[in-house]
Design a protein. Structure first.
Length: 593
């Protein structure tokens, strides 16, 4: 824990570079080992090399012609792929291993065996790391390339460590527990073991202790260095904490699902995101997502103050962090951040706002956010929605966007991400909005369509009256309500309910009734003409226009048939929904749904 290795205490300076915590990168130290040890990470390569070289002259056990041929093949491969061919290196090791005597000096080859993880035997006689290092030093640089080793950057004898590098303190910081006890990192614990045994080994060698004791300590040093690099080597018991927990050493930090690569580099937790349970809301657009007030007050969008929005921004600052729609931070022109949680006099701060400031305001209706459900299996697993701030604690979702997310409401959670730049918001608007993904790239038909009770109600709404007492005609008042719910008046200001054909035009005005088909026709494009067989179509019954089995639309009027899965379900390339999206665009398709 020498201060020369770097600093992790706030306020202290590093003894090596003089910088404080943020600026000091940490500095390596080293332990000089009393006896060399094998680097367990390269034990496999070491075995291959020992089996592939002559132990007398150090040359690779290949003839000069073979060496030349392999170098030519490798050079061609490197020219194309800019890296050595691993399979070719494997082939070289195999060929060299089969050679019985050295083609260069004629020495007969002896059998090399390994006792895992790092003990080597030659013809039954044990090779110490010192012996192995001497053998590796004999290899001429001209042969390095055959093993895939670049002589400019590495040498085989470096597999045998004479010095152990010590990582900086910032790699293995100690933590102070609640009780005030300092708890050291696993790597530090392991290094303490290495230093302790190394010290004892050196003292025993200097004191001229018996060979047996020196070898035992040497083996112990090898064990500690091995478990320092990798605490899951087969064939040796893992080093454990006093509590019995196995130590997490270098290899364990990097590998696997919780390791550095998969957990911290490939996937990270991010800012400006929220996660909660989802629940259904049939009243919001499929482009929208209902966001709880609690989340909307924490997630922020940076808004530049201009002369057009300055009053609105002042109001957001006055509302502050606890009132929606307010703001959490002000970033001044000089880059200084003001946290509105700690501002007592917000009126005074609001009066200083001028164009050029950035206000980090709350999420509010109409903001674009990315919405995602894991596992994200295709591009529709993450789409852009418009915010609709609502009471409650769950994200609200239109039922028709469940299929692309593969979402249901039995406790699923989803993630929401807020794009922070103007460019990101524009991309979300034009590329990621739900309406741009109504057609699935997998089968070219709508992936978002009518589902479940949407289809049942559509059928009941438009079928011919089968049994008495089941209404499929609607009073003038109900019709008005339905058209209002379907946004027909908002979308077409010139529309009037008198444009519809009542079933009973001879009755007095207030008694007029309209069929479900007539009302449904109000949301169809005026120039749409199509015929499609519904699920009730039976050829043997000779179904034609006028029956429930045959959907016919002429100039935007539904003449016969029923709404069912064939007409507007998802995954149907023949459906009316697909036709509307294809011919009239995604916005019209969304409005129709």
């Amino acid at each position: 824990m020498d201060p020369k290795l770097g600093t992790i205490e706030p306020g202290t300076k590093c003894a090596t570079c003089g910088n404080r915590v943020g600026a000091c990168p940490g500095h390596f130290g080293h332990i000089e080992l009393a006896r060399p040890v094998v680097h367990v990470g390269h034990a496999k390569l070491l075995l291959k090399i020992l089996r592939g070289i002559c132990h007398e002259c150090g040359r690779v056990l290949l003839t000069d012609e073979q060496i030349e041929e392999y170098y030519d093949r490798q050079a061609k491969y490197i020219e194309i792929f800019e890296k050595p061919d691993e399979t070719l290196i494997g082939e070289i090791f195999k060929t060299a291993r089969k050679t019985k005597e050295c083609p260069h000096c004629g020495t007969e080859k002896q059998k090399i065996t390994i006792e895992k993880p790092t003990t080597f035997y030659r013809g039954g006689e044990r090779l110490t790391p010192v012996d192995v290092r001497e053998l590796l030093e004999k290899i001429p640089e001209s042969d390095y390339g055959l093993f895939g080793i670049n002589p400019e950057t590495a040498r085989p004898e470096w597999i045998i460590l004479t010095v152990l590098p010590i990582p900086p303190v910032c790699v293995r910081p100690s933590i102070t527990l609640d009780s005030g006890i300092r708890s050291e990192d696993d790597l530090t614990h392991k290094l303490v073991d290495v230093i302790r045994i190394n010290q004892r080994l050196r003292e025993n060698i200097d004191a001229g202790a018996p060979q047996l004791i020196v070898e035992d300590l040497w083996e112990l040093l090898q064990y500690h260095v091995t478990t320092y690099f990798n605490n899951e080597v087969s064939g040796i018991p893992p080093a454990r904490h006093r509590s019995g927990r196995a130590l997490r050493t270098l290899t364990q930090r990097l590998k696997g699902k919780e390791g550095r690569f998969r957990s911290n580099l490939s996937g990270k937790r991010v800012d400006f995101s929220a996660r909660t349970v989802i629940s259904p809301n049939p009243h919001i657009s499929l482009n929208q997502v209902g966001v709880p007030y609690k989340i909307a007050k924490i997630l922020t969008v940076p808004s530049y103050v201009t002369e057009f929005n300055i009053e609105e921004m002042k109001q957001a600052v006055l509302n502050g962090p606890h009132t929606h729609p307010g703001a959490n931070y002000i970033i001044r022109e000089d880059g200084r951040r003001i946290d509105l949680r700690f501002v007592k006099n917000r009126e005074m701060v609001a009066s200083t706002i001028k164009p050029g400031f950035i206000i980090e305001r709350h999420l509010r209706d109409g903001d674009l956010v990315l919405f995602n459900r894991q596992p994200s299996l295709h591009r529709m697993s993450i789409m852009a929605h418009e915010v609709k701030v609502m009471p409650g604690k769950t994200f609200r979702l239109s039922l028709v966007v469940c299929p692309p997310y593969n979402a249901d409401f039995d406790g699923d959670e989803m993630n929401l991400h807020v794009p922070q730049s103007e460019e990101a918001r524009t991309e979300a608007e034009y590329l990621l909005k739900v309406q741009e993904h109504l057609i699935s790239p997998r089968y070219g038909a709508p992936i978002i369509g009518a589902i479940q009770d949407f289809i049942s109600i559509g059928y009941i709404f438009t079928r011919n009256e089968r049994s008495p007492g089941v209404p499929n005609v609607f009073s003038r008042k109900d019709t008005f309500m339905l058209l209002y719910w379907g946004n027909v008046f908002r979308r077409n200001p010139t529309f009037s309910i008198d444009d519809l054909d009542p079933v009973n035009p001879d009755d007095p005005l207030e008694e007029w009734k309209y069929t479900g088909k007539e009302i449904f026709s109000c949301i169809l494009p005026h120039d749409l003409n199509m015929e499609i067989k519904s699920k009730f179509y039976r050829e043997e019954e000779g179904m034609t226009i006028g029956s429930d089995g045959y959907d016919v639309i002429r100039n935007g009027k539904m003449i016969s048939g029923v709404i069912d899965k064939n007409l507007m379900g998802d995954g149907k390339s023949t459906s009316i929904l697909h036709r509307i999206i294809r011919d009239y665009g995604p916005i019209r398709g969304r409005q129709f749904l």
